[in-house]
Design a protein around this ligand. Structure first.
Ligand code: SF4
Length: 426
């Protein structure tokens, strides 16, 4: 009989990742054992008690979301395992799908049972398809799952993983574009008009372990509000981006081994990626790594992204390129995306390359942010506004140098912008 032990330290999802490129089904079952045979009501209780929150970026309590879908009662729900990961600074979902696909698929199976779904859609980028196909074939041979699984390929768009955009892709209408329906409506009427639970793949992997080892085990790491660990895609610490597992509530300084001396070569830290916000390096290294701490500093940890901007690059030019990219990723359906984001991107480009053309000086930028915030049908404009606001605060000295002395000589770009040259993570 296989003896299965719960991880005792802060390494959980990555527990077996160091031992093989891909943890196949036999290795997965040898390490974690079979899923326990729990009834739906017990699963809902276990997830509630664990305090698990969604790791796709919203950090919404998972138990509340599951109960809302479970009681919608109009027709059989659908579960979407969402690995679309359109954020350029994030790679942890693709990493997890590649290395430990069965943790994700176990979690999706648990979610389906808990909410009464008979259909699971695995929504992933093209690079993850063959690995998931293989994993599903192995599970079918062993008769592991009672519900039907299918794969839908996500388009390469920043917003592809947004809940209503994922549902649009699966429904075959306007792939990767958010639709004008609220989150509650998707829970009631999403894929094929059925109640739909859209859950990030890392969240589902945590569920797979919570179902096995229980809520108290899960809570033994993390804080009261933010239990457990988070996978974080870190860019700028090593030669190439790396995925690390961070106990929530610990500090990035400890998790990444960055002391005061090493921190001096980092101009600022972007938490949460391009929909997140900049934080001064000293703050980022010393604050608890949680969504609530990041929000208290005007940022967000989003889907677990930390980008350390090195000295020697112009932060204003870097941000201007990102804002233009984000402007292009808007769906062009609402006023803030149609008009506001272009104005914001143009103003950032003025500050970066033609600072004397920036009418109203630095104060113009927060004013423009105020014009787009809270006015879109989705949160995309809010994310861009947060990126700009925090950039102007954290890099205020550098921005003022542009205004007084002119732009920097820009060298090799650092922040990854899809479709353009980059030294970052994509
Ligand atoms: S705010 Fe922008 S991205 Fe969001 S739905 Fe409207 S047009 Fe699309």
């Amino acid at each position: 009989m296989t003896v299965v032990t719960a991880p005792v330290g802060p390494t959980r999802l990555l527990d077996t990742s160091g031992t093989a490129d891909v943890v196949g089904l036999d290795a997965h079952l040898a390490r974690w054992g079979a899923l326990p045979d729990l009834r739906p009501a017990a699963l809902l209780d276990v997830v509630d008690q664990s305090g698990l929150r969604g790791h796709g970026g919203a950090w919404f309590p998972v138990g509340i979301k599951w109960r809302a879908v479970a009681r919608s009662g109009r027709s059989k729900p659908v579960v979407v395992a969402n690995g679309a990961e359109g954020e350029p600074g994030s790679g942890k979902d693709r990493f997890l799908l590649h290395h430990s696909p069965h943790l994700v698929l176990d979690g999706a199976s648990v979610a389906a049972r808990a909410v009464g779904a008979n259909r699971v859609v695995v929504h992933v980028t093209p690079g993850s398809v063959s690995g998931i196909e293989q994993a599903l074939a192995d599970r079918t041979r062993q008769g592991l799952d009672t519900c039907a699984f299918e794969i839908v390929v996500a388009p390469d768009r920043f917003l592809a993983g947004q809940e209503s955009a994922a549902v649009a892709t699966i429904n075959g209408k306007n792939p990767g574009i958010p639709t004008f329906i609220g989150i509650r409506t998707i829970r009631d009427q999403g894929v094929a008009g059925r109640p739909t639970l859209v859950q990030n793949v890392e969240t589902l992997a945590h569920v797979a372990l919570i179902a096995r080892f229980g809520p108290q085990w899960f809570r033994s790491v993390g804080t009261d509000e933010s239990a457990g660990t988070a996978l974080v895609t870190v860019t700028g610490r090593w030669d190439a981006p790396r995925i690390v597992e961070v106990p929530l509530g610990s500090t990035l300084g400890n998790a990444l081994g960055i002391d005061a001396e090493a921190a001096r070569s980092i101009q600022g830290v972007l938490l949460g990626g391009y929909g997140g916000g900049w934080v001064p390096t000293s703050t980022a290294m010393s604050m608890p790594f949680t969504e609530e701490a990041a929000r208290s500093h005007g940022s967000s940890i989003g889907a677990g992204v930390a980008i350390l901007l090195p000295s020697g690059v112009c932060p204003i030019a870097e941000c201007a390129r990102v804002v233009r990219y984000m402007e292009g990723e808007g769906a062009g359906q609402c006023g803030p995306c149609v008009n506001g984001l272009d104005l914001l991107a143009t103003s950032m480009e003025h500050l970066a390359y033609r600072p004397r053309s920036l009418h109203g000086g630095l104060a113009a930028l927060p004013t423009l942010c105020g014009l787009v915030e809270g006015r879109g049908a989705c949160r995309h404009p809010d994310g861009v506004a947060r990126f700009v606001r925090t950039a102007i605060e954290v890099f205020a000295d550098h921005a003022n140098l542009h205004l007084s002395r002119g732009p920097c000589q820009t060298g090799q770009p650092f922040l990854a912008v899809p479709g353009r040259s980059s030294g970052g993570s994509r």
